[in-house]
Design a protein. Structure first.
Length: 421
């Protein structure tokens, strides 16, 4: 178990942090980040209260419990959305919440939904509390300069997100890079025993080359691109199996006494690869995703429901794929998988491309290029199966660069700087 140091502000005092978010249940990486970071802040002795819209979010009944266990005060917030047609009513609503926030005597407002920047800016102005906006994803507005000033600081999860928000109008001197961090204790490295248990539980035959995708089943996340590429992966596997079978058959026709080399170098027919999909299917795209899955040969895809505990899925896989078409702000799937000792093939754009830099750059691809995606899947799956040391290298990469300690240091430094604005 990794020992964590206690984090405080630069002057040794505790911060009073108002967390502004929407849903509380872990339905994605953002919600997980909010909970994990809140846990770290509380453990370090800081006072946290969470202003939320959980009642209007998915799986609302699951959300409050972990925060109650932390002793965090939860406060229902009004609608934080802003529209030009309803600008006056929206502003009045934001002013009212700003007055409520003023009574909480907070040091900093920490907005985890950057799409609600207009709300955060008004609430900060009225309450007199500095605003820290966590840039988890690309800008929702073309121009944000009118609402990007004052006592506002931006925390970007990657350099790609910093550049995107700067282009939209965020002052570059107000942007701090705060990469997300994964708790490597929560995503332990796979062992031979954990792999066998996971595969047995999931019904995956031992020795099956397995690729895992987990997350939302949407076009933007690259699921359709992955399913198209999987046709080519299967075709490649069939061609290779046929070639091996032909060589084996030819060797069997050679008398044993005349060709010892053939017997020594013959290779058994490899198993067909399996694609495991685990996540949530959204109604708007359900028909097209289900049709794409149905078009693949029976037994070539295993579809599992969304789940919070993804460690067994990671341990059952040889390779994880994150082929998001829409650039990821960070790429939490990548660091979770690498922490578990699993190499990842991900989009070369956005935050995933930043994580997979230097020697890991060859594990990136343009997911819109179906043939390139398929080739990478074939090559990297082979490498993952044949080279167990990749897992150790992946975990070392994450522990030194994207663990919880460097993330919390950067986060607290940024929140403290915001509180002093």
């Amino acid at each position: 178990m990794t020992r964590r140091k206690k984090h405080t502000t630069d002057d040794g005092g505790a911060l009073r942090v108002g967390v502004l978010t929407s849903g509380l249940a872990i339905t994605g990486g953002l919600e997980r980040c909010v909970l994990e970071d809140t846990r770290e802040l509380v453990a370090a002795g800081h006072v946290v209260e969470v202003w939320h819209r959980n009642a209007h979010a998915p799986r609302a009944e699951e959300g409050p419990t972990p925060f109650h266990e932390l002793g965090v005060r939860l406060v229902d917030a009004p609608d934080m959305r802003f529209g030009l047609r309803s600008a006056l009513l929206d502003t009045v609503r934001f002013v009212r919440l700003g007055l409520r926030l003023r009574r909480s005597h907070l040091d900093v407002l920490w907005l985890n939904r950057p799409e609600y920047l207009p709300f955060g800016r008004v609430a900060s102005l009225v309450s007199g509390v500095p605003l820290a906006v966590h840039l988890h994803h690309a800008p929702n507005y073309r121009r944000i300069r009118p609402v990007a000033g004052g006592r506002t600081r931006f925390l970007a999860v990657s350099h790609a997100m910093a550049a995107a928000w700067a282009a939209a109008g965020a002052p570059t001197d107000s942007i701090t890079i705060v990469p997300n961090g994964v708790d490597t204790d929560a995503f332990p490295a796979a062992t031979p025993d954990s792999v066998r248990r996971a595969r047995r539980t999931l019904g995956i035959e031992e020795g099956t080359p397995t690729v895992l995708y987990y997350g939302r089943f949407t076009e933007a996340k690259g699921v359709l691109a992955l399913l198209r590429a999987w046709h080519l992966v299967l075709a490649s596997a069939e061609a290779r199996a046929a070639a091996v079978a032909a060589v084996t058959q030819a060797h069997e026709t050679v008398p044993r006494t005349t060709d010892h080399t053939a017997r020594e170098t013959s290779v058994p027919v490899s198993r067909k690869p399996l694609l495991v999909l685990a996540g949530a299917l959204y109604p708007a795209e359900a028909d097209v995703v289900e049709a794409a899955i149905a078009a693949l040969p029976a037994g070539s895809v295993l579809v599992l429901p969304e789940r919070d505990d993804v460690v067994p899925l990671l341990h059952a896989a040889d390779l994880v794929v994150a082929p998001s078409i829409e650039p990821e702000g960070f790429g939490r799937v990548v660091v979770e998988a690498m922490s578990a000792g699993r190499p990842v093939l991900a989009a070369a754009s956005g935050g995933t491309g930043e994580i997979l830099s230097d020697e890991w750059a060859r594990f990136t691809v343009d997911p819109t290029d179906t043939r390139a995606l398929a080739r990478k899947l074939v090559d990297l799956l082979d490498e993952a199966v044949l080279d167990p040391s990749l897992g150790e290298q992946a975990r070392d990469w994450v522990e030194t660069r994207y663990g919880r300690a460097p993330h919390v240091d950067a986060l607290l430094g940024a929140l403290s700087a915001s509180a002093r604005r």
